[in-house]
Design a protein around this ligand. Structure first.
Ligand SMILES: NC(=O)c1ccc[n+]([C@@H]2O[C@H](COP(=O)([O-])OP(=O)(O)OC[C@H]3O[C@@H](n4cnc5c(N)ncnc54)[C@H](O)[C@@H]3O)[C@@H](O)[C@H]2O)c1
Length: 384
């Protein structure tokens, strides 16, 4: 992946070299990596900092890629395979990180769970709602831990949003505007083709916007969606490198109007490319106060400055700022990996549970279906 995303993701890679948090297992957990591409680097760097982990196997569909990765990351003893399935058939693993592109998230995760292996699955959970349901059925049957890789959950500012909502200071929340996105930031590589990514900006960075607000308000069930997607920039060879424009087959912009259980309205938009600096800050409106969360230039689940709370006190409109909090201690990626390992050791619960991200995926699925049909769609979640 190239472009603006690198700059922001590098923030997640700046992990502080610190002792990992307890508890640790009394034996080393045997971990395998499925998909040795770009994000696998962050997983491996984090796992290597965990003293109770041994990375024993790597798998990638591309010939020689896992071997080159093993060499680059100093893993001479890791056994290399040409697919996640081959690895699972031949190894006795405790856990895997599924770091493949979106279109193989479901098959690799289900396969791992069926082999009795705990899974840390990269975001977005998968491509469709049906896939998310199948993943959760496999999870339920296996009894294993499944955590979805939303590292912004460990950002103290993201946690503050949830604390503000849960404190009751906003009162009953009735309307949320979220999204944001990039003026110019279409990734390349496997992110822009339907066969590998399945979905574009709506899944890649839209899932972060949805998680930020839905997690804060307790993930109410989504009921209906009117969605829109477009691809005017990605497909344009005067904007996107012609070789990328030719294979571009996902969305680069999405907007949606979503009704959530409890009468809450969610107004959403996300962009990899647009002729605008921002599609707006995130606003959470409650009956007692409103919260503004500044957007960032490169939306990927962080905040763009101090948040502001707007309210009336003594009949006067008052606003006050919530200072930006610094992340102390281990970096977000280390926290994401550590929380997954701790859940394995203690028997759970999953730090980022599928039962929450299911609704995130259901909204993404609803946006894509509604955009295709040109009308509002109902979200029906099958029994798991
Ligand atoms: N959490 C984050 O901050 C973050 C950042 C970037 C990407 N991601 C997510 O990580 C995932 C991967 O992104 P990336 O940039 O590393 O992609 P990538 O294309 O660089 O790497 C994916 C790799 O998976 C391999 N693969 C696919 N199916 C496989 C299978 N069945 N068995 C073995 N290998 C298989 C591919 O050959 C490829 O090498 C995406 O879902 C993306 O959304 C998360």
């Amino acid at each position: 992946m190239v472009g603006i995303g690198d700059e922001v993701l590098s923030k997640f890679k700046q992990d502080i070299d610190e002792e990992e948090t307890r508890p640790q297992s009394d034996r080393k957990l045997k971990v395998g990596i499925i998909g040795t591409g770009w994000i696998a680097e962050s997983h491996v760097e984090s796992y290597k900092r965990m003293k109770d982990v041994e990375i024993v196997a790597l798998a990638d569909l591309i010939e020689g890629k896992a071997e080159r990765f093993a060499e680059r990351f100093g893993l001479p003893l890791a056994r290399c395979y040409r697919s996640g399935h081959e690895m699972l058939e031949n190894e006795e693993l405790d856990a895997v990180s599924v770091c493949t592109y979106n279109s193989t998230h479901a098959e690799c995760t289900i396969d791992a769970l069926e082999h009795g292996v705990h899974v840390l699955l990269e975001k977005p959970m998968c491509v469709t709602l049906d896939e998310a349901v199948e993943i959760m059925r496999a999870e339920k049957k296996s009894g294993k831990i499944l955590s979805i890789g939303f590292q912004p959950r460990f950002d103290p500012n993201m946690q503050m949003i949830k604390k503000i909502v849960q404190s009751g200071v906003l009162g009953e929340v009735y309307y949320i505007q979220t999204g944001g996105g990039r003026r110019r930031g279409i990734p390349g590589s496997t992110f822009i083709e339907k066969s590998t990514a399945g979905i574009g900006a709506v899944g890649d960075i839209g899932c972060y916007s949805l998680d930020m607000v839905l997690n804060a308000i307790g993930y109410p069930k989504p009921l209906t969606v009117t969605g829109y997607t477009s691809d005017f920039f990605g497909k344009n060879p005067e904007y996107t490198p012609p070789e990328d424009a030719k294979r571009f087959s996902v969305d680069d912009f999405a907007a949606a109007f979503i009704r959530l259980e409890g009468g809450i309205i969610l107004d959403f938009r996300i962009s990899w490319a647009m002729h605008m600096d921002t599609s707006g800050d995130t606003l959470i409106l409650g009956k007692k106060a409103g919260l503004r969360i500044p957007s960032t230039e490169c939306w990927n689940g962080s905040i763009g400055g101090p948040m502001t709370i707007y309210t009336d006190i003594g009949g006067q409109p008052i606003q006050y700022q919530v200072p930006v909090l610094r992340n102390e201690g281990p970096g977000l990626f280390d926290r994401k990996i550590r929380s997954f390992l701790d859940a394995i050791i203690t028997g759970g619960p999953s730090p980022v549970p599928s039962k929450e991200i299911l609704y995130n995926q259901a909204i993404i699925d609803g946006i894509c279906r509604s955009a295709e049909l040109g009308r509002e769609v109902e979200i029906v979640i099958p029994e798991i």
